[in-house]
Design a protein around this ligand. Structure first.
Ligand SMILES: *[C@@H]1O[C@H](CO)[C@@H](O)[C@H](O)[C@H]1NC(C)=O
Ligand SMILES: *[C@@H]1O[C@H](CO)[C@@H](O)[C@H](O)[C@H]1NC(C)=O
Ligand SMILES: [Cu+2]
Length: 395
């Protein structure tokens, strides 16, 4: 069974995840530090430079027709973005919209007090410690067995992301699926590892643009340092809460033991700017925002931290993945809030895949979590404090 069938055909993903991988070797865990693999082993994210993203905006403004495909594909060799329909609006009928709006209204009281995610610099020290401790706790717990060859509970999350990658990147499910993935991870931290501080943090990466390595995120107390690579390989991380880890999911679609490694390129971190954020935030349609944000600061942030984080499939293997996606989600929520009528919390358009013609993304499209948390519909995760989740951002 193909995973795309699992995503959209009503079957469980867990059964689809039993792929022909070797069974986990317990000896991995006892072994000495695994090697850093060559940077070329980690398949990178597609990215677009700000200058080109701005050209897209200009084309969009002028004609009312997005027309981004030509410009984008010209700067992303190997990308198949040009095959994506430029304008896929109008895929949601009124029946869909009205029924979900009213069902969301009915759920308004189910979200009691939303937890309020704080920016890392104003997130209390004891919460920072609790957060990294809870992540390390998941790494010390046994795998569920539903996601071979995951060797611990944390790797269940990495494996699901690896397996679903083609379905959840470079299409309009990207922001929605990753929002719910972070929520599922938060539930595991709370339910399985006793994480009980008020909220998760988020990381305003624009404040560290050009000097991520100096960020207080990358310190021996928390996520460990952010070194450069040596040109061909990343550098194994030996400090911080996750120093010395061996990862068993990845690189790419594989499962080869390797150390947690990073290879920062501050020339690329310097591209994660407020200016880029604002360029994306000013897009008026969901699909235009989503494209700009995924291939802009989202992809640039991944690639710039490098090595494991630059792996489109298996980047959750680096725990800083969660900090990055909390930032990605924070700006998605900000884009939604820009329209004060609430329309962006209630409506959706775009493509759920890269087929041509594509499968339209609707409020009923399933957001599949493979049993890590129950599957929901897109309509249940558009509003972060009204539906399947209950949180907000405090800055
Ligand atoms: C849904 O809402 C639209 C606009 O508010 C309205 O025109 C349409 O008749 C409604 N459809 C149903 C099925 O209620
Ligand atoms: C870079 O590091 C890798 C892994 O530690 C090593 O195999 C390789 O020889 C190093 N390359 C250079 C150019 O130093
Ligand atoms: Cu991802």
């Amino acid at each position: 069974m193909k995973l795309s069938t699992a995503l959209f055909g009503g079957m469980t993903v867990a059964s689809a995840l039993i792929l022909p991988f070797p069974s986990p070797a317990r000896s991995f865990q006892a072994a000495a530090l695994a090697p850093a693999l060559p940077l070329s082993a980690f398949p990178k994210f597609e990215t677009v430079k700000l200058q080109n993203a701005k050209q897209v905006a200009a084309a969009d403004d002028g004609s009312g027709n997005p027309g981004q495909s030509k410009i984008t594909s010209a700067h992303v060799p190997g990308s198949d973005s040009a095959t994506r329909p430029a304008n896929v609006g109008g895929t949601i009928n009124n029946d869909d919209r009205n029924s979900t709006v009213s069902s969301q209204k009915n759920k308004a009281s189910s979200c009691g007090t939303p937890s309020s995610r704080a920016e890392w610099r104003s997130y209390p020290t004891r919460s920072k410690r609790a957060f990294v401790d809870a992540i390390a706790c998941l790494q010390s717990r046994p795998a569920s067995g539903d996601f071979p060859p995951a060797t611990n509970r944390y790797e269940d999350f990495v494996r699901l992301h690896q397996a679903l990658t083609p379905n959840i990147h470079n299409n309009d499910l990207f922001l929605i699926w990753h929002r719910y993935f972070v929520w599922a991870f938060e539930q595991a931290l709370r339910g399985e590892c006793g994480f009980n501080v008020g909220s998760l943090p988020w990381w305003d990466e624009t404040r560290d643009a050009g000097r991520y390595a100096a960020s207080s995120v990358f310190t021996a107390e928390y996520f460990g340092s952010l070194p450069k690579g040596n040109g061909t390989s990343g550098t194994c991380i030996t400090d911080g809460r996750f120093g010395g880890s061996t990862l068993h999911i990845g690189p790419g679609t594989g499962s080869e033991p390797h150390c947690l490694s990073r290879a920062v390129d501050e020339k690329i971190t310097a591209e994660v700017t407020k200016e880029y954020e604002d360029t994306c935030l000013s897009r008026s349609t969901f699909t235009d925002f989503a494209r700009c944000w995924e291939q802009g600061p989202h992809g640039l942030g991944h690639n710039s931290i490098g090595s494991v984080m630059a792996d489109v499939r298996s980047s959750p293997g680096d725990p800083v993945f969660w900090m990055h996606h909390l930032y990605v989600d924070r700006v998605f929520a900000a884009w939604q809030d820009r329209d004060t009528t609430g329309t962006r919390q209630r409506t959706i358009d775009g493509c759920a895949d890269r087929a041509r013609p594509c499968t339209p993304l609707t409020l009923q499209t399933r957001v599949v979590m493979g049993g890590l948390l129950k599957d929901v519909s897109v309509g249940q995760v558009l509003d972060i404090a009204n539906g399947a989740m209950c949180y907000r951002y405090d800055s």
